[in-house]
Design a protein around this ligand. Structure first.
Ligand SMILES: Nc1ncnc2c1ncn2[C@@H]1O[C@H](COP(=O)(O)OP(=O)(O)OP(=O)(O)O)[C@@H](O)[C@H]1O
Ligand SMILES: [Mg+2]
Length: 157
């Protein structure tokens, strides 16, 4: 089962991110996929803002992992575009995935075998200059519940 969200502009994408951030809990893992410029970092920034992160959130493409303090929880923002599975293995990502905060992984599908079984995958597709289609794929009960709730509220279909 997957869920769809239409974003007619970047504000809409940010709104979905903020709604998901309301559900944030320790150990939440969100995987973002989609080609260059799809909006993965844009989504992450909006999610961080909604978590109460005051610092400026930038693309972690070169730093790989950045940690931020949200109001209630830390946020671990990762980008694994430039590394392979072996290199990612050395980062000890489980410490983040099973840590106190929320993990957001851009390009996470490149390291599927290292991801926790329970996670929310979001695939972002271009549908125009400012339009995007987001596909939410929940792995595990907790994420299914979140997606179902969004559907009941008419946010996703
Ligand atoms: N509906 C939309 N949702 C998200 N971003 C949008 C949307 N419409 C336009 N944009 C723009 O698209 C760009 C997305 O860039 P962003 O850095 O978030 O992409 P990315 O997926 O992280 O790319 P990369 O793979 O290079 O990290 C931003 O400039 C953003 O303003
Ligand atoms: Mg990015």
């Amino acid at each position: 089962m997957n869920y769809q969200f239409q974003a007619c502009d970047e504000q809409k994408t940010a709104e979905l991110a903020a709604q998901l951030a309301e559900e944030a809990y320790s150990g939440m893992v969100i995987i973002l996929d989609g080609e260059l410029g799809a909006g993965k970092t844009h989504f992450s920034k909006a999610f961080a803002k909604a978590m109460g992160v005051k610092a400026v959130v930038n693309s972690p493409t070169f730093t790989l992992i950045k940690e931020y303090e949200g109001k209630k929880l830390p946020l671990y923002h990762m980008d694994v575009y430039r590394i392979n599975v072996e290199e990612a293995e050395e980062l000890g990502l489980d410490e983040y995935f099973y840590g106190d905060g929320v993990s957001i992984v851009e390009w996470g599908s490149r390291i599927t075998e290292l991801l926790p079984k329970e996670r929310l995958e979001i695939r972002i597709e271009h549908a125009g200059e400012h339009e995007r289609k987001l596909f939410l794929i929940p792995f595990g009960k907790a994420y299914q519940v979140i997606c179902e709730e969004l559907r009941e509220n008419g946010v996703v279909s």
